[in-house]
Design a protein around this ligand. Structure first.
Ligand code: 6LW
Length: 519
């Protein structure tokens, strides 16, 4: 018997999708503008998850150019069929909302490499794919409804996919517009066949406090679908804001090898007021079937804090789940760059060597940035910088929400050493939080998160720790900024408009979770 604390994947791992192949489970999440895109996790027991790769690993696989923060890769679906892993997803270009962004990729090994995309020519988001037992393949997704009477609503549509022609064929059928009158946005659809009936599961009411999971069924894949009278079958919206976990929704079902059923879904842990700086995380919920309908967390009705998995063992959780902290080394799969490969970085033993870029963290470009998700409300993130920088150049640590919202702890050259400055860029406007001077030498920078309070410190050649400034997580989460992301903690370097000059060695990068009374 294994026990797992929720969330099973802490930090910004939204829109989970899961499939099982024999005893192996594979899970994928949205990654927006980050690269590599769409991490693939593997487990044999739903408790212990290890990241085995990413779907998007090559610069020429997808065009990330112009993708602002919280655009990009939304809500993938992973399935296995006929010797192949199938992944469908959407590349969202926020400034080109009608650009058809739904694509399909396949792989013989879920760790990769994954194919180039097959573009399906359809707009809308949250695609899924269903393999019927008669050999037909059904692509489905969500888009804004076309008819005026459904203005501002979404609709779920289904259409057959021809794997030989590699395109959608036949007529499209709109199969769902939402389970509840007055409630917007049926999203994240997934079709299943259970005991001879077709089931459509959707996320509804938007990915915030009213988020929920609804289930419908039909005798034919194209409907008509009948809603479960128990809908929504999972939500936390009736609990209000005075609760530890909000926003339960966007689920995917999987049947375990022992016949039991499970759902993965997203939700947010709130702290420091009604804020969720860690973003939307992946949770696990047991499911049973009663009277031909799934019951989520039977007898409990909300996401359990801990889940017992009968077929799991009780070995400690792995590093990827954040249970153990410590050094974060080049080559660890948790690192992300922005909008493309980290061509500006090379591994130098256990250190990174960064070549500063003209693109900055405020640009919708490819700044020299490497970051990892903040996965715990209390954690220390630190790194030692050995900068060789020219005037106007800077390097340091960043707490990143997006181009418009981040906090930088920046080292820049001064006449007799360095200046270390803390800057909060808030809705595109820069505010200075503090500054200290250091003599030349290596500099250790640290961000200490304690709930919503971040303390930004530096240690120079004299070994004395100095506080440079403080920041507040509740100004950086999506409640404050909008968008879909949790926070990343990263290292960066800007060339100040002097390309080719400067370099920075960054070593002893560490992420240490700090136990706190709230867990
Ligand atoms: C995703 C939509 C949603 O496409 O948020 O959770 C969007 N719901 O289904 C981005 O993650």
């Amino acid at each position: 018997m294994g026990m797992v604390q929720n969330p099973v994947l802490p930090g910004c791992y939204p829109d989970p999708s899961i499939c099982r192949v024999g005893e192996d489970y594979y899970l994928v999440n949205s990654t927006f503008e980050y690269f590599p895109g769409l991490p693939i996790f593997h487990s044999t027991d739903l408790v212990h998850w290890t990241q085995i790769g990413h779907v998007i690993t090559r610069a020429d696989q997808l065009d990330y150019s112009g993708i602002a923060s919280s655009g990009g890769l939304y809500a993938p679906t992973i399935r296995y069929h006929d010797g192949l892993y199938w992944l469908v997803c959407t590349m969202v270009y926020p400034d080109q909302p009608d650009r058809p962004g739904n694509f399909l990729m396949t792989a013989t090994d879920p760790a990769g490499p994954w194919s180039d995309p097959i573009w399906l020519g359809t707009a809308g988001i949250d695609p899924s794919i269903f393999f019927d037992d008669d050999g037909r393949i059904w692509f489905h997704g969500t888009r804004l409804a076309l008819e005026p009477q459904w203005h501002d609503q979404t609709e779920v549509w289904v259409r057959e996919y021809d794997p030989v022609a590699q395109r959608l064929v036949g007529d499209e059928t709109v199969i769902w517009r939402g389970a509840q009158l007055g409630v917007v946005w049926a999203e994240g659809p997934h079709l299943y066949k259970v005991d001879g009936r077709y089931y459509l599961m959707t996320a509804e009411a938007g990915t915030e406090i009213h988020h929920c999971v609804c289930i419908m069924r039909a005798d034919s894949v194209t409907g008509p679908y009948e809603g479960n009278r128990a809908n929504p079958v999972m939500t936390h919206r009736h609990l209000g804001r005075e609760v530890d976990v909000v926003g339960a929704g966007h689920a995917d079902l999987v049947q375990a090898a022992d016949g039991s059923w499970w759902a993965v879904l997203l939700a947010m842990r709130i702290y420091g007021g009604y804020h969720y700086p860690l973003g939307r995380e992946t949770f696990l919920v047991p499911v049973t079937w009663q009277d031909g309908w799934p019951v989520f967390a039977p007898g409990v009705g909300r996401i359990p804090a801990a889940v017992e998995v009968p077929f799991a063992d009780d070995t400690p959780l792995g590093v990827t789940q954040g249970a153990i902290g410590g050094p974060v080394l080049p080559g660890d799969p948790c690192w992300n760059s922005l909008r493309g490969p980290a061509d500006f970085a090379t591994a130098d033993g256990d250190a990174w060597r960064l070549r500063p870029t003209t693109d900055t963290l405020s640009d919708i470009g490819q700044p020299a940035f490497l970051g990892i998700r903040q996965q715990h409300r209390c954690a220390d993130f630190s790194a030692t910088f050995s900068p060789a920088l020219a005037d106007q150049q800077e390097a340091g640590l960043v707490i990143r929400q997006g181009e418009r919202d981040h906090v930088r702890l920046a080292i820049s050259p001064s006449a007799d050493g360095y200046t270390v400055t803390a800057v909060h860029r808030q809705a595109g406007v820069e505010h200075h939080l503090g500054q200290v001077s250091l003599t030349a030498g290596s500099v250790r920078l640290a961000v200490s998160a304690r709930g919503r309070d971040y303390t930004l410190t530096c240690i120079g050649a004299d070994g004395a720790q100095q506080v440079v400034g403080h920041a507040d997580a509740s100004t950086l989460d999506t409640i404050a900024t909008g968008g879909f992301l949790g926070l990343w903690l990263g290292i960066y370097a800007h060339d100040g408009g002097r390309p080719g000059e400067g370099s920075v060695r960054v070593d002893k990068v560490e992420y240490l979770p700090v136990p706190d009374s709230e867990g």
